[in-house]
Design a binder for this molecule. Sequence first.
Ligand code: 2P0
Length: 331
Amino acid sequence: MKTAHAVAHSNIALCKYWGKRIDAPVELNLPATGSLSLTLDGLWTETEVGPSASDRFVLDDVTHGDDAARKVFAQLDRLWRAAGHQGARPAALVRSTNHLPTAAGLASSASGFAALTLAGMAAFEGDLDRTRLSALARMGSGSAARSLWGGFVRLDRGNRPDGEDCVARPLLGTDHWDVRLVVVQTTAGKKVIGSTAGMERSRTTSPYYGAWVEGSVSDLDRAQAALLARDLPTLGAIVEHSCFKMHACMLASSPPFLYWNGTTVEVMRAAWSARAEGLEGYVTIDAGPHVKVLCTSATAATWAKRLGELPGVVAVQTCAPGPDAHVEVRP
Ligand code: 2P0
């Protein structure tokens, strides 16, 4: 076993993944909806995987022995087998640093499992192409499948029970379109319910879940066409619709759940007011309380200033399209 170091950037879903297929083994972690994302330059995870006397997971200099560690080592077990090895996996030290807030709706699991998958496979000296690695990353966390690539990425849900047609692929590179994502952080702290549990509650109890899944197919194709045409008003309308259908689906769950706080709502409203005054930008929110605004590079500074001044906003960060994930094996 070698020591390998990987960097993967976070991504934001312009068309969201929410819900898992139930016609396939749970282990495959197949999404019920396809998704389309933008990889972000300013938010990333770096992960090193190397030999150790026993399994140890260190995240941001703190050793974790909890659920997070179990998911990490289950992923290494998967990578070990996928690399073609038999028998027991060697013990490993996984040292990871998040250059983003963990578990607060800024997709740390996306960059985290993408970096872990790249570093783990390189450490185990496996020779798999990036599409296959993306499928393995998806088994760790659905959104991680998209973080293997930079620019704009599409993850199809697929239909095959073995999940082989559920693969992410890069649609367009970082130079396709000079858009920005203005990330408005509304609070520090952890999210109210994990994504996996939230998705399952939506699937089993929300009367809107079926409509959500059904509508996602045309959202994805129309968003891809608008992206190709660099048509921001059309893409933005689809981005907002995908986001708020997903949150409506959560709210209609029983018991209901909501990732927003009061500031989330104020930022959303301020963004819509700004747009009504002619500042172009579109809102999206993930499984957390932060608000992200998709806009052009020319308007990003104005957006950041305007939303950054609102009461309750703790930080604003402007992200450009980010690069492919990469890995190196250390001597
Ligand atoms: C997304 N989210 O497409 C959506 C939008 C949150 C809201 O993917 O259960 O951590 O590990 O596959 O990838 C967050 O869910 O979920 C997510 P699992 P993941 O970005």
